[in-house]
Write a protein that binds this ligand. Sequence first.
Ligand code: ATP
Length: 218
Amino acid sequence: MLLSLRNVRKSYLIAEGPLEILKGVDFDIDAGESVALTGESGSGKSTLLHLVGGLDYPDAGQILSAGVDIAALDDRGRAQYRRSQVGLVFQQFNLIPSLDVAANISFHARLAGRHNPDWERQLVENLGIEALLARYPEQLSGGQQQRVAIGRTLAARPPLVLADEPTGNLDEATGDAVLAIMLSLTKSAGAALLMVTHSSRLAQMLDRSVHLSGGKIA
Ligand SMILES: Nc1ncnc2c1ncn2[C@@H]1O[C@H](COP(=O)(O)OP(=O)(O)OP(=O)(O)O)[C@@H](O)[C@H]1O
């Protein structure tokens, strides 16, 4: 098992008191599996993705990555987890503005000690971003930035890719095509994918779906 969540709970403190969002979430992801995370707006999908990404702590429960509870890691262990075990394709995790596309793509791979020019070339070709390599992020459209962000994440070959509406800035046809490429590239890298989406059409392209409702996986 690549990832196991056991009784994961999370609340936020707001003026009116604690707002319980996750009320005991359990689920597992196998190595190489692609899973869609669906649920109504505000159900806690992004919250869950942040916890699995090691960006925030659960109040209770376990998030086991290859058997290690990431909530119990110290800062150094969490930094190492974020660098080598998970890759994020989030809207708010922008590209590095001072680096061109080519350098953005290899940056995380280098940090993870997995820089591989052949694999990066394959990603760039498949994502159709060859002509953009010398450009800077501010010179790209939203959809182009999204494709570069996917390439950057996959370049580091993380065992688990976490994606929040990764094709949300693309039109339907382009979005479907980019997701198909992303799925084939994650499969060929042997990576698992946990992807938040509001689209049941996109969810059906993945191996299976889990639905978050009332703070639990339904
Ligand atoms: N830092 C925070 N402080 C207080 N409340 C928060 C915080 N972050 C999120 N929330 C609340 O937690 C709930 C879940 O938010 P979250 O972003 O995880 O939902 P979501 O399912 O990803 O929603 P969407 O589909 O709209 O992106 C929402 O009611 C939100 O207002």
